[in-house]
Design a protein around this ligand. Structure first.
Ligand code: SAJ
Length: 420
């Protein structure tokens, strides 16, 4: 039924998904506005980092199943995986979804299926269908013709964990929210090409809310852990020990405090619920505020340690002081520094005027935000040998292995419980 599949947006979700269809011998046309991404993929290479993806893309392109272009072409099914960021005031920005809709509209043909995968506020799939209908009055859509529509439309969120994308795309269950029963059934049939998990059918609005609920649930739980960490610090209690003890209760599972919540999903998606029901989403909003405040709280701890270091070394000025920041990534054992609370903290420390010794074993180049004269990448050994203050910001495996050495550091801020 679906021979040619078009993926609109070849980023962290679109490219792996497109490649998995291609690996099952579907003809896949990938579309992206970035000429660089298109050229890289057409050479059989990748422009993002994700384990196993490079080998799969190389094979799919060289065997002729995957091809990238900047201009949409006719296909049997269109999947949209473009960014849905938020604007000022945490209002969702649907401009990429609208641009994708308007770009595929001219090539749509009777019998096509359109699926939105981007994390979206409730009602976005209906908006997508409305934009398509506006651009193609000659075709019918589910809001007009239901099961009989020329073009069926569904929402199907991705739920994969960065670093495990290929594995999770295949094995995770998928929630499929068609605007009609026919849309859901067609989408199920399509995903079954490579999905080994269950395909669970619902309507589009529930599927949209389901994705937002999953990430908000995690955000609220992380906020609980982060709030506990600040309360325990004030009360002189070791929060890591406390959580371990509490988690011995058979029905309690407290998550881990950290320097804040990073990444492109959990720190964004809850705002889509807040913007839909601001007066009702009080807990979800507060969780976001607690997690967003955590980097500032860690920075205050570092400032206090710097004051202690200067008091202990009266001959030194702030410019002489060295603060080691262990970890810059947004979570352990990845190389992704985007939206990372550790980056925010490291740049905040640099702005204080001291020297920042940044240790990030997973990257070789610093992001622009950290290209500062008093901040440089250094080895872990080098940093520990000369730092006046040590601040652990990410629980990378490379750091856990030297946990013992850190205990010798007189001024240590352990934001992630490396030492327990
Ligand atoms: N974090 C903590 N404490 C914890 C767990 C996480 O501080 O106990 C922090 C991490 O350090 C990181 C942030 O939260 O800064 C987010 O990390 P994560 O591993 O919880 O999630 P992501 O952003 O990598 O991926 C999430 C996943 N969602 C859920 O687990 C509910 C993934 O399945 C989604 O597909 C992804 O968001 C997405 O694309 O929406």
């Amino acid at each position: 039924m679906f021979h040619a599949i078009s993926m609109i947006g070849l980023g962290y979700i679109g490219l792996p998904t497109a490649t998995l269809f291609a690996s099952r011998k579907k003809q896949v046309i990938g579309v992206d506005v970035s000429q660089h991404a298109v050229d890289t993929i057409n050479q059989g290479k990748i422009h993002i980092t994700e384990p196993e993806l490079d080998i799969l893309v190389h094979a799919a392109v060289h065997e002729g199943y995957l091809r990238a272009t900047t201009r949409p072409e006719p296909a049997d099914a269109f999947l949209i995986a473009v960014p849905t960021p938020f604007q000022d005031g945490h209002q969702p920005d649907l401009s990429y979804v609208e641009a994708a809709a308007r770009s595929i509209a001219p090539v749509l043909q009777k019998g096509n299926l359109v699926i939105l995968e981007s994390t979206s506020p409730v009602g976005t799939t209906e908006k997508l269908a409305a934009w398509l209908a506006e651009s193609r009055p000659d075709l019918s859509f589910p809001q007009q013709a239901g099961e009989e529509a020329d073009i069926q439309v569904a929402y199907c969120p991705e739920r994969v964990l960065p670093g495990r994308v290929i594995h999770e795309l295949v094995s995770n269950d998928r929630v499929i929210g068609g605007m009609s029963r026919a849309a859901s059934e067609q989408a199920c049939a399509l995903y079954k090409t490579f999905v080994e998990g269950k395909c669970l059918i619902t309507n589009a609005r529930t599927a949209e809310m389901c994705k937002l609920t999953e990430n908000s649930c995690r955000d609220v739980n992380i906020a609980f852990a982060n709030e506990l960490s600040m309360i325990c610090d004030k009360l002189g209690i070791n929060v890591w020990e406390l959580i371990t003890l509490a988690n011995h209760h058979p029905r309690v599972k407290v998550l881990q405090p950290g320097p804040g919540v990073g990444g492109h999903c959990i720190a964004v998606d809850p705002w889509f619920i807040v913007s839909s029901a601001p007066e009702l989403a009080r807990l979800i909003r507060t969780a976001r505020e607690v997690n967003d405040h955590k980097p500032e709280w860690v920075l205050e701890k570092v400032k206090a340690a710097i004051t202690d270091a200067l008091a202990a070394n009266p001959s030194k000025t702030i410019a002489d002081l060295k603060v080691a920041c262990l970890g810059l990534a947004f979570k352990p054992d990845i190389d992704d520094l985007r939206e990372s609370p550790a980056v925010e903290i490291a740049s905040g420390i640099a702005k204080l005027g001291c020297q920042v010794l940044a240790v990030e074993p997973n990257v070789e180049v610093l992001p622009k935000k950290l290209c500062l004269p008093n901040l440089g990448l250094i080895s872990l050994e080098g940093a520990l040998a000369s730092a006046d203050v040590v601040c652990v910001l990410v629980k990378h495996r490379a750091f856990t292995e030297v946990g013992g050495d850190l205990r010798q550091q007189p001024l240590l801020i352990d934001a992630v419980g490396l030492l327990g």
